[in-house]
Design a protein around this ligand. Structure first.
Ligand code: ADP
Ligand code: MG
Length: 316
């Protein structure tokens, strides 16, 4: 299969068909009509075999997750997804693998109204880079820097599920279907992120672990926070591990959940209920303080020592 055939067969018609794509795959550049009353939100993520995923993992799940991590970044900004570009490095052109990858990527793209508008294809160690482009009204994007003392700290969904699945896989155990889905097919919280634009004072998506990601909000905002560990939203399996081990490290420091962690002014607490939906609950877990640092108080009132916060690719 030639590079041209590969692009034509698997990627040329991937995702939604958008009227604002004036020129898509096939020319030197994509040409996109950005509405005059919108700002462009852009994020790129790279997934490397052996670092971010197992090289023999299901290609459809990989296609899904490669886009999901980018859509999660758009969600954390309150932006509406629009376009994506894909830089794909493959060791070989395996039609079955490509079909699965394109299906996983295409289904998630279509579900979120995203059109694949370009990319690059090269041979080498399996690596997937996706850049996502979203739209947000001026002034409504939610950064990490807006948290103020007294604001409430919230998180969507449940935390620690993907980390538990990873821990079980590493131990040679088979995670439940629910946990495996949370690890391999994260659902980016795009709808919630857009509903929070204009309400949240700061927001981030939890890719490296709740404590570390909230730490980024605290650093950017120049504030601290008190968290109530008993308030953390846990699925039944993570709750059982925490109850048996007394170890809060799983929900606090394991990554890959792709939930949204955000802050809102306390006076606007009632508006939160209207933004929370049954399929994506939102839980109040703490409060922003003027004093810097993150303090996590356990059910017994003791402070939980935070060992490591987040994954660092270049940590010694
Ligand atoms: P150029 O040499 O000008 O960079 P390419 O041959 O790399 O062009 O790409 C041809 C067209 O196919 C371009 O529009 C490019 O954006 C698109 N393309 C290449 N690889 C991919 C891919 N993996 N996914 C989506 N579009 C791709
Ligand atoms: Mg090229």
């Amino acid at each position: 299969m030639s590079e041209r055939d590969l692009i034509r067969d698997y990627f040329a018609a991937l995702g939604a068909r958008r009227a604002d794509v004036l020129c898509g795959i096939g020319d030197d550049c994509a040409l996109l009509a950005v509405p005059p009353d919108r700002q462009l939100a852009i994020s790129i993520d790279t997934l490397v075999a052996g670092v971010h995923f197992f090289a023999d993992c299901n290609p459809q799940a990989l296609g899904h997750k490669s886009l999901a991590v980018g859509l999660s970044d758009l969600a954390a900004m309150g932006a509406e997804p629009a376009w994506a570009t894909l830089a794909l490095t493959l060791p070989e052109s395996d039609p079955d693998w490509l079909a699965g990858f394109a299906r996983g990527l295409g289904e998630l793209a279509t579900a979120h109204g995203v059109q694949l508008v370009g990319g690059d294809t090269t041979r080498g160690p399996l690596t997937v880079s996706i850049q996502v482009h979203g739209l947000v009204a001026p002034g409504l994007a939610v950064t990490r820097a807006g948290a103020r003392p007294g604001d409430l700290v919230c998180v969507s969904g449940t935390v620690g599920d993907a980390g538990l699945a990873l821990r079980q896989l590493a131990a040679g155990e088979a995670p439940s279907a629910t946990l495996r889905r949370r690890l391999e097919r994260p659902e980016p919280r795009v709808a919630l992120g857009r509903r929070l634009a204009g309400l949240a004072s700061a927001m981030i998506d939890c890719s490296d672990g709740l404590a570390g990601d909230l730490g980024h909000i605290l650093a950017a905002s120049g504030v601290g926070a008190d968290l109530e560990l008993a308030a953390l939203p846990l699925g039944p399996e993570v709750a059982a591990v925490v109850a048996a081990s007394g170890d809060w490290g799983l929900p606090l420091a394991s990554g890959d959940d792709y939930e949204l962690c955000f802050t809102i002014p306390a006076a606007r607490r009632t508006e939160l209920e209207a933004r929370s939906t049954p399929d994506c609950p939102v839980t109040l877990i703490g409060q922003i303080t003027a004093a810097p640092g993150l303090r996590c108080r356990g059910p017994d009132g003791d402070l939980w020592p935070l060992a490591r916060s987040g994954y660092d690719h270049f940590a010694p």
